[in-house]
Design a protein around this ligand. Structure first.
Ligand SMILES: [Zn+2]
Ligand SMILES: [Zn+2]
Length: 471
């Protein structure tokens, strides 16, 4: 369940905010959207949504509070709309019932905030009281196909509902639909299933059976139950539909992921946003070995072995913000080689082991970003064992070990994720290791064994996970 409109940043909840949120969680409320009403509350609201999980916010100035605002305040709305947890511009709109600001002033700032919403590509939360005509007119005038949002606490008739839908908007229902004297049944019946959401508008408009008490997000279920009753559906269906609609309109899934990453990122402990010193690295790779075999009297015979799974471990040491030195050990076992000999003309499996020690430097192109790209270059040493069968001395297969130097080049990227345990950097890299020398190797060609002069390179796309503990 998502309560798409609750003013739980207000004083009414200062005494028991944590307990109230716990009750909401117990009641099945997974997310709550808190609209803002005025510039004075922006910082407090931001602190609250960053403190508790599952809270998201709107940013904007409520028609009650627009009497004395200026372009400077609009600049704040626009700039802070990129804060984490901000999912909408709102609540904004017109209120001719209370009339706290002249109508033309309300309209001016309503329109201005719709324009900001279009610019920053966020949905809007509309507050509309006794101002249907002007709200709909201004939205229609500003609608360029990108404006989207919700008429919160919808209490219009079916005709107004249709006009809201026609301008591409959603509606959300609150406690008033549960009141005995409610005239909203027809509207609820008519609204398409993917065009409405539920809200409490806490601490106001408390639904039956708690009418008269302070409203809170855990009561949002009563709205879903009432809608289910009117629409002749199950409450679960209403909850699923409204949750999906809210997630889609406010892009909550994407925002949740971004907020999770950002939560970690708040844990900085020096000037660098992603500090690194010594990191422990785990490597998983798939090795492709490409050989060119030069066989006397026959010529060049290319051969490659694909998909050899490899693993490794390494140490990373940051020399500076931009340079990382990596030492790594990678182990590959190639089970795909078959060799025939004069004694055993039938090709037999001849697993080869390649152990590689690499020392490379990585140059970080954008070290202060969340995702960092780098080229890498260095050297390697291969320790090769050919034929590690059970009894190589008796099965007639050639057995040989050698040590060969190589060069490494590659390109990769990793993500920086600050956690309470240090920095975690998952990444991916494509690395090619070339043998610096050729080797003499016994090989088979048309069922016969030959000595070949072999040049080799390893192509290793790898995924890496590096942990830089706090030192
Ligand atoms: Zn409102
Ligand atoms: Zn409100």
């Amino acid at each position: 369940m998502i309560d798409t409109h609750a003013h739980i940043d207000t004083e009414a909840f200062d005494e028991d905010r944590a307990q109230m949120l716990e009750r909401a969680k117990q009641a099945g409320v997974e997310m709550i959207i808190i609209p803002s009403i005025g510039v004075e509350g922006f910082d407090n609201l931001q602190e609250i949504v960053e403190t508790y999980p599952g809270l998201y916010r709107g940013i904007g100035v409520h028609p009650h509070n627009v009497a004395n605002i200026t372009e400077v305040d609009m600049l704040r709305v626009e700039q802070e709309s990129s804060n984490t947890h901000v999912v909408a511009i709102g609540e904004i709109g017109l209120d001719y019932y209370y009339d706290f600001a002249p109508k033309d002033v309300q309209q001016l700032w309503f329109r201005r905030q719709l324009q900001i919403a279009k610019k920053v590509d966020l949905p809007v939360i509309i507050h509309n009281r006794e101002s249907d005509e002007d709200v709909l007119r201004i939205i229609t005038e500003e609608q360029d196909g990108t404006l989207r949002g919700v008429f919160h606490c919808f209490s219009g008739d079916t005709e107004i509902l249709q006009r809201c839908l026609d301008v591409g908007f959603h509606v959300s229902f609150t406690g008033n639909i549960t009141f005995k004297k409610s005239t909203m049944d027809d509207v609820v019946r008519q609204v398409p299933n993917d065009k409405f959401m539920i809200e409490t508008d806490s601490p106001y408009i408390t639904p039956v059976p708690f009418r008269g008490k302070r409203n809170e997000p855990s009561y949002v279920r009563f709205i879903a139950e009432k809608i289910a009753l009117i629409k002749n559906m199950s409450t679960d269906e209403v909850i699923t539909m409204t949750t999906n609609t809210a997630k889609k309109l406010f892009a909550l899934t994407v925002v949740t992921i971004l907020c999770a990453v950002n939560l970690f990122a708040q844990d900085d402990y020096d000037d660098h946003p992603y500090p690194k010193k010594l990191g422990l690295m785990f490597i998983g790779a798939t090795n492709t070995i490409v050989e060119a075999q030069e066989i006397a009297g026959i010529g060049t015979q290319p051969i490659s072995y694909n998909g050899i799974s490899s693993w490794g471990v390494g140490l990373n040491y940051a020399l500076s913000d931009k340079f990382i030195i990596e030492g790594a050990y990678v182990n590959s076992v190639n089970n795909k080689v078959t060799v025939a000999t004069q004694d055993n003309p039938k090709p037999q499996a001849n697993p080869n082991t390649h152990q590689t020690v690499e020392l490379v430097a990585k140059y970080l192109l954008n070290p202060y970003s969340r995702v960092v790209f780098y080229p890498t270059v260095g050297g390697s040493v291969f320790f090769n064992d050919y034929n590690i069968g059970d009894k190589p001395e008796t099965n007639g297969l050639p057995q040989k070990s050698n040590t060969i130097p190589g060069v490494v080049i590659g390109f990769g990227f990793f993500a920086n994720i600050n956690t309470p345990y240090g920095l975690i950097a998952p990444g991916a890299e494509w690395r090619v290791d070339f043998y610096l020398t050729t080797e003499d190797k016994q090989t088979s060609y048309k069922g016969k064994a030959y000595n070949a002069n072999v040049s080799t390179f390893f192509s290793l796309p790898r995924i890496t996970l590096t942990w830089y503990p706090k030192l």
